[in-house]
Design a binder for this molecule. Structure first.
Ligand code: SF4
Ligand code: SF4
Length: 605
């Protein structure tokens, strides 16, 4: 018997997957979607249902693993953030044509704002390009319910279905009554049909035609049709909203006393927009305000845009979240009533984001700058992006790009005969995700640079998920491991050494050796190996604690606070010297080797 639970949006979706009889779920972590897979692993264990749940090496692999299960008649799902969908876009586009036999739900979590992403891209637009139907939840519970609807839709039309939550859905908490859980009774049964599953271009054309027929049917599918949230209200004006904007609009209408004045339509399936709904909108209303995040996907499907106030008309901003305050102002302006004066959000104090006290990446960046002070520093996606505060990060493009960009800089500068030192940084998880193909390319093309793999034995930025090197997977289950050094050497790299960045003098010497090798001999890889300082899943040995203090030799030059920027080193305006904030200090002891006046000392030495 189910009982009410206070669930995070991602946990609610995880529960929805388990209660829908989903058998295979694969994911790669990325905020705001990271907790979906760990939630599935948790519910799987709690309910004792047989499922395959895995952290895949990247989103493309995750997609393809789950898709094969859906080709075999099982219910399957994959979860990722919106830029992860870019990585999986190749199989995503094809899977729409080939279709599925079991239900297949692709969860792509968007990040309007953006809060923790490179872009504000709208996954619904990618789905539209792939011709995959999308469901757009307004809350954690609706996200859970739409997982069930997504599987039904997927199986009714034999297509993948996208569920597109946003950060506000993923990270909101809601009191929910989840449905009962029962193990799936299906078994995998892949039916060979090469004309479909291995279709050549001629068959792809036919599959495309079939997909168009399916989309026409989906645009008339009653269970996902738009709903009028305030039935009986009649006006020549109407609101149309999807996702979180629909939840905000519902509250705003009540707050402004417009609940019985303006009809509010909630669209849970923004693509394909229901055909009869579009016709009804254009027949019944003279003016339509469309509220959706982030791109005007519904707007694009409305034939008469002259009646539409939205992103294309400039009425609704194209960029950023639709906050409740913004929705209130838009609805008030649309209704022709005065809005409450806007209150500027508190700017707060605080300081810029920085690496944690004792983070091994800080030492790595410091050593990199010592070894190649005039270098170019391509970097990658992870918490080490914060190395830009230390001057150790010059570029961040996308997953794996540090390696290919380092090679690109090398080839570009080589044309002029003057190649600077190039030191690229990439995290361990990101290296496995997308760093290996560009490393092979760099070796084959004889690109000469240093690649530092920042191996902190975790996927730190998204909440300490495992990497392929660790030997455990989703839910802590044991897995096989991949040897990083062996992998690097198998790519053809001749200089591959590892060191502990916390031992700053030795690691700096190693970096200098690597830089010298890259100047004359070829690509060098340094594995900076030290566990993440806040990873509670780490069970191995950690470097010994080294408490520090600042002696009277400190002259307040601030070299340590600007060049090393540990948050535990604080400049005291009164004494004009630096002090150690012992509440913040993690006792890594690295700063002892940073102060040029040797004013930072290890306590007890
Ligand atoms: S501790 Fe050393 S580096 Fe830091 S301000 Fe004092 S003298 Fe300068
Ligand atoms: S020992 Fe030094 S570098 Fe390490 S956390 Fe403390 S103040 Fe920061």
């Amino acid at each position: 018997m189910s009982e009410r639970k206070l669930l995070l949006g991602n946990d609610a979706m995880a529960h929805g997957l388990v209660e829908s009889g989903c058998s295979v779920v694969a994911s790669y972590p990325g905020t705001p979607a990271s907790e979906i897979l760990s939630g599935v692993a948790l519910w799987r264990e709690r309910y004792g249902v047989p499922m395959h749940v895995e952290w895949a090496v990247n989103e493309k692999v995750a997609f393809e693993i789950a898709y094969a299960a859906a080709q075999s008649g099982l219910r399957a799902a994959t979860a990722m953030k919106q830029v992860g969908l870019n990585v999986a876009s190749d199989p995503f586009m094809s899977a729409a044509y080939l279709g599925v036999t079991g239900g297949f739900v692709v969860i792509s979590a968007d990040d309007p704002g953006p809060h923790s992403s490179q872009t504000e891209q709208d996954s619904r637009l990618t789905a539209m390009s792939a011709k995959v139907p999308v469901l757009d939840p307004d809350s954690p519970n609706q996200a859970r319910e739409l997982i069930a609807a997504g599987f039904e839709l997927s199986e009714a039309f034999r297509v993948p279905v996208m569920l597109r939550p946003t950060t506000r859905v993923c990270h909101a908490n809601q009191d929910i009554l989840p449905g009962p859980v029962a193990p799936s009774e299906r078994t995998a049964a892949f039916v060979k049909d090469p004309a479909r599953w291995a279709a050549t271009p001629v068959f792809r054309h036919k599959l495309h035609l079939k997909l168009e027929e399916k989309l026409a049917g989906i645009a008339a599918w009653e269970p996902t049709a738009p709903r009028l949230l305030n039935p009986g209200v009649s006006s020549r004006k109407a609101l149309v909203a999807s996702g979180v904007a629909a939840a905000h609009a519902r509250e705003v209408l009540a707050d402004l006393g417009l609940r019985d004045v303006l009809p509010l339509w909630q669209v849970v399936q923004p693509y394909p927009l229901h055909t009869a709904f579009v016709e009804r909108l254009l027949a019944d209303y003279d003016e339509i305000l469309v509220l959706e995040e982030t791109t005007g996907v519904m707007e694009l499907q409305l034939a008469d845009r002259h009646r539409v106030k939205g992103k294309r008309s400039g009425f609704v901003p194209e960029v950023g979240e639709l906050s409740p305050e913004l929705v209130e102002r838009l609805v008030a302006a649309f209704a022709g009533i005065p809005a409450a004066p806007s209150v500027a959000p508190p700017t707060g104090g605080g300081r810029r984001p920085t690496l944690c006290p004792g983070c091994p990446h800080r030492a790595s960046f410091y050593a990199i700058k010592r070894a190649a002070p005039k270098g170019i520093y391509p970097s990658d996606i992870g918490c080490y992006t914060l190395g830009l505060n230390l001057g150790g990060v010059d570029t961040v493009l996308c997953m794996g790009a540090a390696v290919s960009q380092a090679a690109g800089f090398y080839h570009a500068y080589k044309l002029s005969g003057q190649v600077p030192d190039i030191v690229a940084t990439i995290g361990d998880s990101t290296f496995f995700h997308a760093g290996i193909p560009p490393l092979i390319d760099a070796v084959v093309q004889d690109a000469r640079f240093v690649l530092v793999i920042l191996d902190n034995a975790t996927t730190a930025m998204t909440g300490n998920q495992p990497t392929p090197a660790l030997g455990w997977g989703a839910g802590g289950v044991p897995t096989a491991t991949v040897d990083m050094e062996g992998l690097v050497k198998a790519c053809g790299v001749r200089f591959c050494r590892s060191g502990e960045p916390g031992n700053l003098p030795a690691f700096t010497a190693l970096m200098k050796e690597a830089v010298a090798f890259a100047r004359t001999d070829g690509l060098a890889v340094v594995i900076a190996r030290q566990p993440c300082v806040v990873d509670r899943t780490y069970t191995g040995e950690r470097p010994p604690k080294r408490a520090v203090r600042v002696s009277d030799a400190c002259n307040g030059c601030r070299f340590c606070t600007t060049q090393f920027e540990c948050p535990a080193l604080v400049y005291d305006e009164e004494t004009k010297r630096v002090v150690v904030d012992t509440l913040v200090c993690s006792k890594c002891g690295v700063c002892v080797d940073v102060c040029p006046r040797l004013a930072i000392e290890e306590v007890g030495k």
